[in-house]
Design a protein around this ligand. Structure first.
Ligand code: ATP
Ligand code: MG
Length: 374
């Protein structure tokens, strides 16, 4: 699939823009703070109905305005499609697919797919677990509306349970808490199962890509780390029961902390690097602890490219690749590996300077005003 055009009104510092993209490579050049990331953010927003960086939608509306409009025309399966999103300061956002209003946010899933890659993602391995959880959640939201629904329900339930703990300062595990925990345990079990299955899939794809990038010298091995044990062969009910028991056991701690300290909102992934000789593993290291910065970056690249491949597989068409200032962070070999990959996807790259001699449609951005350069 590819984007034909993007329309933005009052989206952050972009007052008005109508951009016609090439189905191949597009480059958006501009100095710092001009609005490059804002453009990519708006496109990603239209994939999942949420910003990849804003905590609240309202942050995306221009400071001086009370609403923002985003419109995307794209081609999917040779057919023109359209997504429109309206953001309001005092009202719920509205989403339209081919001019038809969508009832819930997750109805957007499965129509327009994109992969967003920025320097923050380069820290998926070296950085905090939040980054790794966001990585897993964001892909799964693009893969499954059920996942998105469950994740939102789970986040809401945890927030309400935390509010309850704060407001009531209850000393006893009561029926109200138990009813929260039954709901939370069920959502936790489902999300955990889905994540574990997804990580197995990601591992298979990323392993092959990583071997390719490193000429069969290294491979990676990704595992889901759940807050409960032995999830691999456990059924949904077994996992749910374990969660419920642990939540009850944790009540005393939560009561003191006044927040929910146990649950899949604390899960993580573990990435190992395996050295290969004649296709056999000869040594394994923990990349986060012992990998070089270069090895960590190559591993992230393999994971992001695997995300791209998985979405392509799921959508039956290549998703759009959004590269936000990421090339400058990579060395020559990794830049080439990434640029080589771009050939198979519509790609939009942002940078402060474009120095490559590759065919591309080039735009300039200056204080939110976008002009076609070449
Ligand atoms: N709601 C908003 N209303 C108006 N302007 C905003 C809003 N949110 C952010 N901005 C402005 O957008 C600009 C930042 O845009 P963006 O992050 O896209 O820049 P960039 O070109 O990617 O810069 P860099 O090269 O540093 O990454 C800042 O000047 C910021 O003040
Ligand atoms: Mg930026």
């Amino acid at each position: 699939m590819y984007i034909n055009s993007l329309y933005l009104q009052n989206f952050r510092n972009i007052k008005n823009a109508n951009i016609s993209f090439s189905p191949n490579l597009n480059v958006l050049v501009g100095n710092n703070g001009m609005g490059k990331t804002n453009v990519l953010e708006s496109i990603y927003f239209l994939s999942i109905g949420k910003s990849p960086r804003a905590v609240k939608d309202i942050e995306c509306i221009n400071f001086e305005e009370s609403n923002a409009k985003l419109g995307l025309e794209f081609i999917r399966n040779k057919t023109p499609r359209k997504i429109n999103l309206n953001l309001f300061k005092n009202q719920k956002k509205t989403l339209l697919l081919d001019n038809m209003p969508l009832k819930k946010l997750s109805d957007i899933v499965g129509h327009f797919g994109s992969v967003y890659f920025s320097p923050i993602e380069l820290q998926i391995i070296s950085g905090a677990p939040t980054l790794r959880r966001r990585f897993i959640d964001i892909i799964n939201c693009q893969l499954s509306p059920q996942y998105m629904d469950e994740l939102f329900k789970y986040q809401r339930a945890i927030k309400q349970r935390n509010n309850y703990l704060k407001a009531h300062k209850t000393n006893e595990y009561n029926t109200e808490l138990e009813s929260w925990d039954i709901q939370i345990a069920s959502l936790c079990a489902s999300l955990t199962k889905r994540r574990q299955v997804f990580i197995e899939r990601l591992n298979g794809v990323a392993k092959e890509i990583h071997k390719n990038i490193t000429n069969n010298i290294e491979q990676i091995d990704i595992k889901y780390i759940s807050c409960i044990d032995d999830i691999k062969d456990a059924s949904f009910d077994e996992i749910k029961t374990q969660f419920l028991q642990k939540m009850k056991q944790n009540f005393e701690k939560d009561r003191v902390l006044e927040y929910t300290s146990f649950g899949c909102h604390n899960d993580d992934i573990d990435v190992k690097l395996q050295y290969l000789k004649d296709n056999q593993v000869i040594k394994t290291i923990n990349i986060k602890k012992s990998g070089s910065q270069g090895q960590q970056r190559t591993s992230v690249l393999s994971m992001k490219l695997a995300e791209l491949e998985i979405l392509k597989d799921e959508y039956d068409e290549p998703p759009v690749l959004l590269l936000d200032d990421v090339l400058g962070e990579l060395d020559k070999d990794r830049q080439n590996a990434l640029l080589n990959y771009c050939k198979n996807f519509q790609t939009i790259i942002t940078c402060t300077e474009w120095k490559y001699k590759i065919d591309a449609k080039i735009f300039e951005i200056n204080n939110g005003v976008i002009t076609l350069k070449q």
